[in-house]
Design a protein around this ligand. Structure first.
Ligand code: ASP
Length: 327
């Protein structure tokens, strides 16, 4: 028997999710599911060529190819699907959802994911925009290298992947902080009218990464987790960190163990700090509990996230919570 719709829809997202959140909230207002809402929101961000961290127009790897990762999770059933290192096809979140619904697996990578896309009737399409390729060429030139060199990319991926941190920017008011677009991902968490939770994450990964590198976004438990009973969480930032301490699932486990949302987020940040991340390697988390409370957390100051409930006119920015200075 289905539950009577009675709950106020809520969404939370990373800062780059504004357009997707607005459209997805409309769907939730009309009674759509949290799962459909987070997929729709991700697809809108993936199709935006101006967003260089996700989907079409995402920044390339060290070899100049765009490789996409995405995952989706259904908080009712803990079913999930993910794809990683997909080249030549768009809408990785759609592929992730189909993996969840049509395959007896949760994660399909590279050639297999591309084959799956073709079987679904998707047309291959170059995900590189001129602007993204220009950024890639510039990055080589900045390092005195010749764009497109073939061969040993090991040193290159290390050398090129030196990001600018929010922390390095000093004390800038949140509304003036520009996103570091050599990193980035989009996160969406939603609660629908039935009180069901879902989460979705999509990314082109860290720019100039070694080909085939997979971050936290398609790794369930690292960059994405949703469980109707306790809450949902998703990450952006240096994926290697979230993988090492299972950030998204840890936060949900802390909630399960009885912590408040704020305490659970702070504990997840402590796990990350224990890794002693080097400069430029930060991690952001958005989280939601079944009662519709939301929060954002960050390992470096001045980060922001978006939140909205169905009675609000549009998404609003809020500052992410950091660990207290003295810790
Ligand atoms: N988390 C993504 C990854 O590591 C990138 C990012 O959010 O900056 O692939």
């Amino acid at each position: 028997m289905s539950k009577t719709p009675s709950v106020l829809p809520v969404m939370v997202a990373s800062e780059n999710g504004r357009a997707g959140m607005s459209a997805a909230m409309e769907l939730l207002r009309q009674g759509g599911s949290a799962l459909d809402a987070v997929e729709l929101a991700c697809r809108i961000t993936e199709d935006d060529p101006e967003d260089h961290s996700v989907g079409y127009g995402g920044l390339p790897n060290a070899a100049g190819e765009v490789e996409l990762d995405a995952s989706i999770m259904d908080g009712r059933t803990l079913q999930t699907g993910a794809v990683a290192a997909v080249m030549g096809y768009g809408s990785p979140i759609m592929l992730a959802r189909r993996v969840m619904e049509q395959l007896p697996h949760v994660l399909i990578v590279g050639r297999g994911a591309e084959r799956f896309a073709a079987e679904l009737g998707r047309q291959p399409a170059d995900q590189r925009t001129e602007a993204a390729l220009a950024r890639w060429r510039e990055r080589f030139v900045e390092h005195g290298l010749t764009p497109g060199v073939d061969g040993d990319l090991r040193g290159l991926a290390r050398q090129l992947a030196v990001p600018v941190t929010l922390r390095d920017r000093g004390p800038v008011p949140a509304q003036e902080v520009k996103r570091d677009d050599t990193q980035g991902t989009v996160n969406f968490l939603a609660r629908d009218q039935r009180g069901d939770l879902a989460s979705a994450v999509s990314t082109s990964g860290v720019a100039w990464k070694y080909p085939g590198r997979v971050g936290d976004s398609p790794i369930i438990g690292a960059g994405n987790y949703a469980d109707n009973r306790y809450g949902a969480a998703a990450c952006t930032g240096r994926g290697e960190l979230a993988i090492r301490v299972s950030t998204a699932r840890s936060l949900i486990l802390y909630l399960k163990m009885g912590m408040s949302l704020i305490d659970a987020g702070l504990e997840a940040l402590r796990d990350l700090v224990f890794l002693q991340p080097t400069s430029g390697h930060y991690m952001n988390i958005v989280a939601m509990t079944p009662d519709g409370a939301v929060a954002g957390f960050a390992s470096a100051p001045h980060g922001v996230y978006l939140h909205m409930h169905a009675e609000m006119d549009g998404p609003q920015l809020a500052e992410r919570i950091c660990l207290p200075e003295q810790e």
